[in-house]
Write a protein that binds this ligand. Structure first.
Ligand code: LLP
Length: 443
């Protein structure tokens, strides 16, 4: 079993996270339960900060909150000195409610509405990453109405294909995000931004994809951005203060995933930016990045209770848990792979190969195919690892299944950071029109 962060097997043979026995967690908070190893999140934050400090460049590390956006998480990354990316009014609201400093909030998104832009302006957030011409115009007008100026970065698509799943790669040309470098729209965007009365163009942004295990894509993107910066200076005289190379740093979900050390990604990026900007005779800009998954992904574990078992002799044994695609849609969406273990019998040898099914009414609701486990029993606790990123944030109420609670575990203590949804929560937005309120008989 691959143990992440502070996870270990304790003297009772049970999985422990942050010094807390997972069986006790399951009993105290119920299952499914997301458990976050707080020390590991903090360690990942520090790894990024330390790697940049060692590089000697001016930098900013912004946590991409889409990976896991709840108030306690915003507090935690703030304490670690990171900035925060939001991509919607909901994430912005969460960050502001958490008291995250507005000037360290970056607003992303390919279709920010006028309401979202206004909300960001009114909160005086630090930066908008402008994605397209309509947004640029709208933002400028809204800022004018308010008599304010705002900092913008322009998101460009560098034409780099990252080696990752098609749905999570974004740097190639045929994609919904950003201004294209190749067809001149990026240069036009720079000219428009320079002319916009309320916008301060401070830099350029590129994000090539997610769950990336190599530095090559980042290096090529950095070079393209630098080459573009040289073109911009030649054509307009303007220089970028900031280059933001996005997120996408891969993590180890299963054996065979070979992420680099955080320091290796950071070094490759900072070296490439330094070299290429210098070779163009440009000032080395501030270097910003925005990791999401690699901050919180491997710190998360989901605990489930094992329920029913269906054995098809000679074919397969289906073992069902009390959650599934509703709390982790990634296997169904991206064919994502996970490792798991029996939390309450973590030191027992594997004896059988089973497939872990979710409880949603859909045959595609399978979490893990062919997992080696000790002989499973009804009531065992299954721990699925590496569920910290894009699990809670992508959870749904399909089948009206309530979203699980989230706890932070650290130094032998577990604290609730999101309570389990209640039945009342489930129906709290439902409205029954007057005409449907009384029983009626259809003839
Ligand atoms: N910056 C931008 C502009 C992004 O679009 C993303 C992710 C990030 C940063 C953070 O990327 P990360 O470091 O987390 O890879 N739901 C998918 C992942 C979607 C990623 C979307 N953008 C999944 O579950 O794999």
């Amino acid at each position: 079993m691959y143990l992440h962060g502070t996870s270990k097997i304790n003297e009772h043979g049970r999985l422990e996270i942050g010094g807390v026995d997972t069986l006790e967690l399951a009993q105290r908070f119920g299952t499914p339960l997301y458990v976050v190893d707080e020390a590991l999140v903090r360690r990942r934050c520090k790894e990024y900060m330390d790697a940049f400090r060692a590089s000697g460049v001016s930098f900013d590390v912004s946590y991409a909150s889409k990976a896991f956006c709840v108030k306690a998480m915003c507090r935690l990354v703030e304490e670690e000195g990171l900035s925060l990316d939001v991509v919607s009014d909901g994430e912005l609201y969460t960050a502001l409610e958490a008291g995250f400093p507005a000037e360290r909030i970056h607003f992303h998104g390919n279709n920010k509405t006028a309401e979202e832009l206004a909300m960001g302006l009114d909160a005086r957030i630090g930066f908008f990453v402008v994605d397209n011409f309509i947004e640029m115009h709208l933002l400028n007008e809204l800022a004018k109405e308010r008599g304010v100026r705002t900092n913008v970065l322009l998101r460009i698509t560098p034409g780099v294909e990252a080696h990752t799943h098609e749905y999570i790669s974004t740097g190639q040309e045929d994609v919904k995000f950003g201004f294209d470098l190749g067809n001149g729209s990026a240069m036009k965007a720079v000219r428009d931004a320079l002319e916009a009365t309320q916008l301060d163009l401070i830099g350029i942004h590129s994000h090539i994809g997610s769950q990336i295990f190599e530095v090559e894509g980042f290096r090529v993107a950095a070079e393209k951005v630098a080459d573009f910066a040289a073109d911009v200076r030649r054509e307009t005289g303007a220089e970028f203060r900031v280059v933001n190379l996005g997120g996408g740093f891969g993590i180890r979900y299963v054996e065979g995933d070979k992420p680099l050390m955080v320091a290796d990604y950071v070094k490759a990026i900072t070296d490439a930016v330094k070299e290429r900007f210098t070779s163009h005779g440009l000032q080395v800009p501030e270097i910003w990045i925005e990791p999401g998954r690699s901050i919180v992904g491997d710190a998360g574990t989901t605990l489930y209770t094992i329920g029913t078992v269906k054995e098809i002799p000679g074919i397969r044994k289906y073992v069902a848990v009390d959650g599934g695609m509703t709390d982790n849609p990634r296997p169904a969406l991206y064919d994502a792979k996970y490792e798991a273990a029996l939390a309450n019998r973590a030191n027992e040898e594997a004896e059988e190969v089973v497939s872990i099914a979710g409880k949603a009414c859909e045959s595609g609701d399978m979490l893990i195919w062919d997992l080696a486990l000790p002989r499973v029993r009804h009531g065992d606790i299954l721990a699925v690892f590496c569920t910290g990123a894009y699990n809670y944030s992508m959870a749904s109420n399909y089948n009206r299944i309530r979203r699980p609670a989230v706890v932070f575990a650290k130094d032998g203590k577990a604290e609730l950071v999101v309570r389990r949804e209640t039945y009342e929560d489930l129906v709290s937005n439902d409205v029954v029109p007057e005409r449907l309120r009384k029983m009626s008989v259809v003839k």
